[in-house]
Design a protein around this ligand. Structure first.
Ligand SMILES: [Cu+2]
Length: 804
């Protein structure tokens, strides 16, 4: 209950930690972070003192009900407690997942258009809004909280700065792979003076949910303020100077222990937490406040600027919170800027691959990616000192893009289960056990020489016995080190003796369903690369049996891989001192190889319409417009009051066919009537004109077939609609269940408030599960008189569409 508690208080009064009650708490806001620390400490203190979980929960509950603190702060602090405190872990408490199924609004109210014609940014929405992906990012920031965890000494976890950079860099690699499959350009870095023409909108289902109150769509076309731009330029220049001079300056007057940090000096594998890569991450994210004077809080503050763009006080956009930031395409542009900045430093470094190689050989024919759990016949045939057969190829791996499965999703990508079959042979004589680290990556084939396009897929330890000359290894996708693993899959993992269950970090990791990029409808060529390194140097030891080793480390442990994160692609590569491209490196090393395979996607979201251009048959009025674009101008939460839409013009309202259950009544009478209701500006009436109704054309935003003109008061083409609502003249048409309709009209009032009634029908903007509002209790009898037996039969989930 604590995490879902609604204060029903959106007041802008300050609470005791100085954040207004109705305000969305932002982990990217340095002030908010510091203020939340006090609440986190109170909860940790209570848990430490009582060591009683019930006491602690009651304490949090009373703290929340006392309303001394902003509810989001309490919820955030409580999540930190669940993630990090041993009392929560030993009681197997964890942050619950939001697993609600999508409501009936999903696709149709999101007004999705099939991906045809020129690629559009919105085609990627299924990926950005994937609930498991959103959770991954949110949970990572709970585990790796900037400003540290009470009871631990440092203000950050082991190698947090480095992991921050690496985890987000991998998100970008995957994002670009996904974009490319749609024909979209790779993500552009944000520049401070840019203006985003698109904005961002998570849709009605998201914004109608009480859970997201306080969060608003990000408007298009807004600029950063000049003071912000100047401030960010100063910070960026100071960071560049630190890279150039190899010195990071702490704040003036920092404790004496904090000297300036010399970059480029501490890159030895014995002490990776003091590596330059880690320090660079710390100052860019601003994990700790120690360097704030010179470098600010570059990454976090950027989130803050986007979070406040065009918002009234008390509201913010997705970017303000780690729980939702990835929904906004601007997140990736911002992170591309951050990543490019860090890359400026990485460019000055080298990763030497000619040394430390274990004496093993793996070649192109020794890697298969396959849907079968067994390697093909002959794969293991061995002839004294070499493999007998080399004619193997990988299977075609299929992905599917389907309808949404969880709340706020726009689609769901998944892939066939697959396995890696690998074979290695020893170079030289037997007699010594070899401890090896396998690292598996994929990359769109055409980008093989762009280090930052390689996607980590797996990393595991393997021991080649002292007398073994060769070995076959099969590894399942569900055991991947990057994913958040399903507990039931831990048991048969190769590494079970090395794993241990540490709750708390189990929720951390890349979602399994997104392990593979989508690929193209007609197949897309990828490379899979395997690098085998020396585990006695890497020290890949203990791992959590469920959380992701690559992204979450292991609780209470050092990060379990001493190599620079992203190894071997973290920096430019050299082999025996000579700089080489990725493909040159692969062909020059025995312990590094690649092989091709194909990913092919089926899009099931639009039935067979995916590959057809929509015929532009639409538009009863605007024949020059080929499609309607959805806008959520009315997606403001309207659960308990009227809200101003601030729009006028021509609109289109969807009548969702799945909500039309029983049309016997229509068939009997042969006509329908619509009831229109709402409130004009200043609680007045509003005027509506040019009203038509027609069948929706497939899943498009167009209409087809007969257009029914709708009149009022015995033939008037327009109507003045009072707050109490009016009915249209009878319309001679029959509604067919499962068939969608559009009501199209011109709204002449500049701004109108709309609200509906849960029981009957008509204009409805609120939550489709229905919440009748007392003050709006319609005269049901009157409605029943007019539209016999239609209660609950016709149900309009309103998505107002505006032409564009
Ligand atoms: Cu992040």
């Amino acid at each position: 209950d604590i995490l879902f508690w609604q204060a029903n208080d959106d007041s802008q009064e300050e609470d005791e930690c100085g954040i207004a009650h109705g305000k969305v708490f932002s982990e990217f806001d340095d002030e908010h972070l510091q203020k939340s620390s006090n609440v986190i400490e109170q909860i940790f203190l209570k848990a430490d003192e009582s060591f009683d979980i019930i006491d602690t929960l009651e304490f949090v509950d009373s703290l929340q009900k006392s309303r001394r603190y902003n509810r989001y702060v309490i919820q955030y602090a409580f999540e930190i407690f669940l993630t990090h405190h041993s009392l929560a872990r030993s009681n197997k408490l964890k942050v619950p997942e939001f697993t609600d199924a999508p409501s009936g609004m999903d696709m149709s109210t999101h007004a999705m258009v099939p991906p045809v014609g020129e690629p559009e940014e919105i085609w990627m929405d299924y990926w950005r809004h994937d609930a498991d992906f959103v959770d991954h990012h949110r949970h990572w920031h709970r585990v790796y909280r900037a400003r540290g965890i009470p009871g631990t000494e440092a203000d950050h976890l082991d190698r947090q700065g480095e992991l921050f950079v690496y985890m987000h860099r991998q998100m970008l690699a995957r994002y670009n792979a996904e974009r490319e499959a749609w024909g979209l350009e790779p993500v552009e870095p944000w520049e401070f003076t840019d203006v985003d023409p698109l904005g961002s909108d998570a849709g009605d289902e998201f914004h109608n949910s009480d859970r997201n109150s306080g969060i608003r769509p990000r408007p298009a076309g807004l600029k950063w303020s000049m003071p912000d731009i100047r401030q960010f330029q100063v910070w960026t220049n100071n960071i560049r100077r630190a890279f150039r001079e190899n010195i990071i300056q702490p704040n003036q007057g920092a404790q004496s222990a904090l000297q300036q940090i010399r970059l480029g000096e501490n890159n030895d594998l014995e002490n990776p937490s003091s590596s330059s890569a880690n320090w660079v991450g710390h100052i860019v994210e601003a994990t700790s406040g120690t360097f704030y004077d010179n470098y600010g809080s570059l990454h976090n503050s950027g989130h803050g600027v986007f979070g406040q763009l065009g918002q009234q006080s008390g509201f913010s956009t997705y970017m303000a919170t780690t729980a939702h930031a990835v929904r906004d395409h601007i997140f990736f542009r911002w992170h591309k800027f951050i990543d490019n900045l860090v890359e400026e430093y990485h460019q000055t470094q080298k990763t030497e691959l000619g040394v430390d190689s274990p004496p093993v050989v793996i070649e192109e024919n020794d890697i298969i990616i396959s849907t079968s759990t067994h390697p093909p016949d002959g794969f293991s045939d061995w002839n004294e000192n070499h493999w007998s057969n080399n004619n193997f190829s990988s299977d075609l791996i299929e992905t599917t893009l389907d309808l949404p499965q969880r709340q706020f999703e726009w689609g769901k990508l998944s892939h066939n289960a697959f396995n890696y079959h690998l074979r290695i042979r020893r170079r030289g004589v037997t007699g010594q056990e070899l401890r090896l680290t396998f690292r598996i990556f994929i990359c769109p084939a055409q980008h093989a020489n762009d280090r930052r396009r390689w996607i980590e897929m797996d990393k595991f330890r393997y021991i080649l016995g002292a007398m073994e000359t060769n070995s076959i290894i099969t590894r399942q996708d569900v055991h991947s080190s990057v994913i958040r693993r399903f507990p039931q899959d831990a048991a048969d993992d190769l590494e079970v003796p090395l794993a241990r269950t540490v709750s708390g970090f189990c929720e951390c990791g890349w979602p399994y369903n997104l392990l593979l990029p989508r690929g193209k409808a007609d197949g897309e060529k990828y490379l899979i690369a395997v690098l085998i390194s020396d585990n006695s140097i890497d020290s890949l030891r203990i791992r959590s049996s469920c959380g992701s080793l690559s992204y979450c480390g292991a609780r209470d442990n050092k990060y379990p891989d001493r190599r620079q994160m992203g190894y071997p692609f973290a920096t430019p590569i050299s082999v025996n001192g000579q700089e080489m491209s990725v493909t040159e490196t692969i062909s020059s090393l025995d312990n590094f190889t690649s092989s091709a395979f194909v990913i092919k996607n089926t899009d099931r979201r639009f039935g067979d319409k995916t590959h057809h251009e929509p015929t532009s048959h639409l538009s009863d009025i605007h024949t020059d417009i080929v499609a309607w674009r959805s806008r959520s101008q009315l997606s403001l939460r309207i659960s308990d009051e009227f809200r101003l839409s601030s729009w006028d013009g021509r609109f289109r309202l969807l009548i969702d066919g799945r909500q039309i259950i029983d049309t016997n009544a229509f068939a009997e009478t042969g006509y329908i009537r619509l009831r229109l209701q709402g409130r004009g500006q200043g609680r007045g009436v509003y005027v509506i004109t040019g009203v038509t109704m027609a069948t929706r054309q497939g899943q498009t935003l167009n209409t087809s077939g007969e257009v029914y003109e709708i009149t009022f008061n015995d033939g008037e083409p327009s109507a003045t609609i009072p707050e109490t609502g009016i009915l249209t003249d009878p319309i001679q048409m029959t509604l067919i269940p499962q068939s969608d309709y559009f009501l199209t009209f011109t709204l002449q009032a500049p701004g109108v408030y709309l609200v509906g009634n849960g029981d009957t029908c008509m204009w409805r903007i609120a939550n489709p599960r229905g919440r009748a509002l007392d003050e709006m209790n319609w005269d049901v009898d009157e409605v029943n008189d007019q539209i016999t037996h239609t209660r609950r039969n016709l149900y309009v989930v309103a998505r107002i569409l505006i032409n564009n």
